[in-house]
Design a protein around this ligand. Structure first.
Ligand code: SAH
Length: 259
């Protein structure tokens, strides 16, 4: 799917940005880079900034015009940092990603088009794109670095793609640890805890077994609401054990005082 989405950089001045864009693309699983009349390419600086994504640079297609870059595409999405006067269907990066993947799912090819560092895309170039995409940046400082703009769109494409694949967006390792920490207690473990809690409350003199009132049922309701995990239960059980020990020490002392 992702191989049907190409990133088109128009007339880029700084080869470092081409490298940065290649890196951003590879990080997000995109691989097709098309360069329209780049000022300085191939270049060592592009390789340096690609930091390992040199395969993307090696397979980059260099063409002279935007028209050539868009050959075979069913949709082109042109990015712009500014509001243009011409009214045009405008998408945010998330919508851009879903629109792109819809086209790919229907067998089409997609171009995400990025402009020059100093001047962006011309109105004529933007009118070759069916949609315009604006990253909702600070209106007083709206223009992102070219490679950073590529990163934002590539990230949204990846998130939308992961959702379509039904793949998790969290690293599995993190999930396993989180699962261990959040593994819920069983009802029998909860019962043992309530028993321990009740004895402790009696030990410390907070609960009078002759006049229990509704204390235990209220505490059950409180803990029942909390969705407590095994790990948290162990902490509470530890606190109860230490409380009991401390209470024994205190009552021992008190007995000594009584004597
Ligand atoms: N001075 C130019 C800025 C170009 S920044 C202008 O006003 O258009 C270089 C490229 O990065 C832009 O052509 C666009 O492709 C992308 N870009 C930067 N900021 C963006 C934003 N907020 N939304 C969408 N694309 C952006």
């Amino acid at each position: 799917m992702l191989q049907n989405i190409r990133v088109v950089l128009v007339n880029t001045s700084h080869p470092g940005n081409i490298g940065g864009a290649a890196r951003a693309m590879k990080n997000m699983g995109l691989s097709r880079l098309v360069l329209v009349d780049p000022l300085d390419f191939p270049s060592g600086e592009a390789v340096a900034r690609a930091s390992g994504a040199t395969d993307i640079l090696d397979s980059a297609v260099v063409v002279n015009t935007l028209e050539e870059a868009l050959v075979g595409c069913s949709v082109a999405l042109g990015t712009s940092a500014r509001d243009r006067r011409i009214p045009w269907p405008l998408l945010d990066p998330r919508e851009c990603a879903t629109t792109s993947l819809q086209h790919v799912e229907q067998g089409g090819e997609v171009a995400l088009v990025f402009g020059r560092e100093y001047a962006g895309l011309t109105n004529e170039e933007l009118q070759r794109c069916q949609f315009h995409v604006h990253i909702p940046s600070n209106p007083d400082f709206s223009s992102l670095n070219l490679a950073a703009a590529v990163q934002v769109l590539a990230y949204e494409v990846r998130m939308a793609w992961l959702a379509i694949q039904g793949q998790p967006t969290k690293m599995s390792k993190v999930e396993t640890t989180a699962m261990l920490n959040t593994q819920p207690v069983t009802t029998d473990e909860l019962e043992l805890f309530y028993g321990h809690l009740e004895t402790t409350l009696v030990d410390i003199g907070f609960l009078d077994p002759a006049k229990p009132r509704h204390l235990m049922s209220r505490l059950r309701r409180l803990y029942g609401r909390s969705g407590i995990s095994k790990l948290e239960m162990n902490i509470l059980r530890g606190i109860l054990t230490e409380t009991q020990k401390a209470a024994r020490g205190e009552s021992h002392k008190r007995r000594e005082e009584d004597v």
